[in-house]
Design a protein. Structure first.
Ligand code: 13P
Length: 232
């Protein structure tokens, strides 16, 4: 075990997969996760329940589609590879089939800016990529396009993809996107919800950037947006 490559990243991947299940955003044989490493990425093996997965089961892949290890990589390795290739700004790709996001996705619906927190995913909507069979290049192409300028998208009749700079950030955003999907669906009980205009989402996004909203509990935020500590 100790001669495994990228051991800390393998552990982080296993821990995050267990946390995906514990948070309720993932279940059974659904879902997969990848983390960028030098020259390629680590990815969950196909069809192995997360509570049975060890760091040695994690598969190392190159961007050429070759892999190392005793397990086969996730059937969704194409979109993990293509997203990591297309998006040098992200290190982690998380895929799951959470109930509320998937309920919207089976209608081919994304999440508009009905709530300001949609801005956390990088724009004024969370798009839904058109359907294509799991594991195909077509699904990968659709996902890469739906993620342009965004950190999350839904996949029609399938689930969600969330990106992150860290496994922790990707998991937190996945939980947030699932909460937004739940809120959006519940909001429809009273009719079509109010949609915030793009300029308000731009204002929110700018404020989130300056405050490092959702990222930094301990400081380093733009001073004009924070309360001042009393002893300063
Ligand atoms: P894998 O077990 O092959 O990762 O497949 C799970 C899945 O969610 C396919 O979309």
């Amino acid at each position: 075990m100790t001669d495994l490559t990228h051991l800390p990243q393998r552990h982080a991947l296993v821990e995050t997969c267990l946390a995906m299940n514990a948070s309720g955003i993932n279940q059974g044989a659904s879902g997969n996760l990848s983390v960028r490493v030098e020259g390629g990425f680590l990815i969950t093996p196909t069809s192995l329940p997360y509570d049975e997965m060890t760091p040695a089961d994690v598969v190392e892949m190159g961007f050429d589609g070759t892999y190392l290890g005793s397990r086969r990589p996730s059937s969704e390795w194409r979109f993990h590879r293509d997203i990591l290739k297309a998006r040098p700004d992200v290190e982690v790709v998380l895929h799951a089939h959470p109930t509320f996001a998937t309920a919207l996705a089976v209608h081919g619906r994304g999440i508009p800016s009905f709530h300001y927190m949609v801005a956390l995913a990088g724009g004024d909507s969370i798009r839904c990529a058109p359907y294509a069979t799991f594991g195909t290049q077509e699904l990968s192409d659709n996902a890469v396009a739906a993620l342009e300028g965004r950190m999350a998208c839904l996949l029609a009749n399938h689930g969600m993809i969330v990106l992150g700079k860290t496994t922790k950030a990707a998991l937190a955003l996945a939980v947030e996107v699932e909460a937004l999907a739940r809120q959006y669906l519940y909001a429809h009980l009273l009719g079509e919800p109010v949609i915030l205009p793009p300029e308000e989402i731009e204002r929110v996004a700018d404020k989130m950037r300056r405050m490092k909203y959702g990222q930094s509990p301990d400081g380093n935020a733009a001073p004009e947006d924070t309360a001042r500590p009393r002893n300063v």
